[in-house]
Design a protein. Structure first.
Length: 207
């Protein structure tokens, strides 16, 4: 047969494989559970003024030398009640001496006073201090979170997709070239007589 038109009705869907060459635009909306590992070293500058309250009650040992350099002013009367021995005409005579001697003078003092003892120190008061440090904090943790996702993704399809094609309509098909094999057992011949005997054909079957 050549250039033979044929009408075909498909009774069952066609099973085909489809290759998608272009990427598909897929709309994605939902939430995704994610486990994010964190392994970092944080360098945090810290500058802060602190006012802690300090309580202290204890014996404090002190060992030092205190320099003393002063001028001592003296202005007073010195009482005297004593006996003095004097020599009169070659003889020693003891005479009583009693009275007040006025004194007015400046006495310079320049000495080093050693101090080595324990002092009882007790106080309870707020102390102001400024903290200025860089804190190095290692951070090693697993962050579990639920991330909302909404958007459009461009997804490439690299593998062939199995698809089922259900054709409802009759398909016109043209056979350009083909061979039709008919077995002899399915062929029959009709003999037609001339005249009025057209209505009574004789059928011979060739086997």
């Amino acid at each position: 047969m050549k250039n033979q038109a044929v009408a075909i009705d498909l009774q069952e869907p066609l099973q085909v494989q489809v290759k998608v060459k272009d990427a598909l635009n897929v709309d994605v909306k939902g939430r995704v559970n994610a486990n994010i590992p964190i392994n970092e070293k944080l360098n945090i500058p810290l500058t802060q003024t602190l006012t802690p309250r300090v309580y202290f009650d204890n014996m404090v040992p002190i060992s030092t030398v205190i320099p003393v350099k002063e001028t001592l002013k003296v202005d007073q009367s010195l009482p005297i009640d004593t006996k003095v021995q004097v020599r009169v005409l070659g003889k020693d005579i003891t005479l009583p001496l009693k009275g007040n001697i006025p004194l007015q003078l400046d006495v310079p003092i320049d000495i080093q006073v050693p101090l080595d003892q324990k002092v009882h120190l007790k106080f309870d008061a707020p102390v102001k201090t400024v903290l200025k440090e860089n804190l190095h904090i290692p951070l090693n943790a697993q962050l579990k979170t639920n991330i909302p996702i909404q958007g459009s993704l461009n997804v490439p399809v690299k593998t062939a997709l199995n698809a089922s094609v259900d054709v409802k309509n009759t398909l016109p098909v043209k056979i350009e070239h083909g061979e039709l094999k008919i077995p002899l057992s399915s062929m029959s011949l009709n003999r037609v007589k001339s005249g009025e005997d057209h209505s009574s054909p004789v059928q011979n079957q060739t086997k």
